[in-house]
Design a binder for this molecule. Structure first.
Ligand code: HEM
Ligand code: HEM
Length: 289
């Protein structure tokens, strides 16, 4: 399948993150594996300890990445005049990249030991990153327009109607609509949290099956290339919209509660980070300056 520029951007950022983890681990592996009590006797202790030039630098750059990742996304989301600088979904990918790589640098900065107020900052940061993964999943369950904004119920209905009308124009497209109806037609919208979690799991199984059946139906139809590509694109868009429409109200509710965790935890992290930085500056740790 042809990748969209957004997917290529995400893949590229993912590869940079992976390369950074490999490089950081390879560089400091023997230090991190050395028991805490023996580290001060190593020749590289002066640069590798959290206040050493190398690890201290990782803390500063990692924190800067987090600050930029949060500030840029929040500004882009809230300031209408920034809307001409790329889609919101692209900025979220950038937020995730900076706020994943930044915390990774900070973990290496701590040299895998945590004490004092810095430990609160570290563990809140780890919780935010973990909650971010859940948030990213919920974010993807909510139908969005090209800009990345959540679609209203009316927009979802219209979208499904237009895509169905497009597919219904050819016999092969009508076959695709039949496959989707067979897959999702009897699906009950979830009401409780337990039902929603089960629905996410069941829908991903049904979705895979529907995709497979649509692909083999298209192969069997021997259509010309142009029509096949167009039907495949409409089928994918329609399948995604129909699937998400079945859980959108519950996913939206969970995503709302999720914000209630992600945002206050971020505030706690920034407050404890400010305290940590103040303490180390008072102790005279000024890095290379
Ligand atoms: C979210 C960001 C950060 C977190 C979670 C964090 C966490 C930590 C942790 C866990 C330690 C080890 C504490 C210990 O020895 O038990 C540490 C040490 C240290 N951090 Fe950070 N840090 C962050 C950002 C920064 C920044 C931005 C700076 C510099 C401006 C910095 C400077 C230092 C220094 C100098 C030490 C060594 C302190 C000492 O040995 O007494 N950290 N940090
Ligand atoms: C230390 C790391 C992180 C911090 C401090 C942070 C902080 C934030 C903040 C302040 C927001 C804006 C909330 C709002 O506009 O109401 C946000 C949004 C979001 N973050 Fe993070 N984040 C971090 C890491 C991550 C990671 C690793 C992921 C995903 C893997 C992630 C996924 C999201 C998502 C999906 C949104 C919601 C976007 C939206 O509703 O428009 N975050 N984050």
């Amino acid at each position: 399948m042809k990748k969209t520029s957004h997917e290529v951007f995400g893949l590229f950022l993912g590869l940079i993150t992976l390369a950074a983890v490999i490089a950081l681990s390879a560089y400091g592996l023997t230090y991190y594996l050395t028991p805490l009590a023996e580290r001060p006797f190593r020749t590289d202790y002066a640069i590798m300890k959290p206040s050493g030039t190398y690890s201290h630098g990782l803390g500063i750059f990692g924190s800067l990445m987090i600050v930029i990742g949060v500030a840029s996304y929040m500004m882009r989301k809230r300031m209408a005049r920034l809307s001409r600088y790329g889609k919101l979904s692209g900025w979220l990918t950038f937020h995730i990249f900076l706020c994943l790589l930044g915390p990774i640098l900070v973990v290496y900065h701590s040299t895998f030991k945590a004490g004092g107020v810095a430990a609160i900052s570290l563990w809140t940061m780890v919780s935010i990153v973990s909650s971010g993964l859940v948030g990213r999943f919920l974010y993807a369950q909510i139908p969005r327009n090209l800009e990345g904004l959540a679609m209203s119920d009316r927009e979802i209905e219209e979208g499904i109607r237009e895509l169905s009308a497009d597919l219904g124009r050819t016999p092969a497209g009508q076959g695709i609509l039949g496959i989707m109806d067979g897959g999702f037609g009897k699906f009950q919208k979830p009401e409780s949290l337990g039902e929603t979690i089960r629905a996410f799991r069941n829908l991903s199984v049904v979705s895979r099956d529907v995709h497979r059946r649509i692909d083999s139906a298209l192969e069997r139809s021997h259509l010309d290339r142009g029509l096949e590509t167009r039907l495949r694109a409409s089928a994918r868009a329609s399948e995604s919209l129909v699937r998400k429409s079945l859980v959108v109200s519950q996913a939206g509710r969970l995503f709302h509660y999720w914000h209630v965790i992600h945002l206050p935890f971020s505030i706690i992290m920034f407050l404890t980070l400010a305290a940590h930085v103040t303490v180390v500056l008072l102790l005279g740790y000024t890095w290379i300056f």
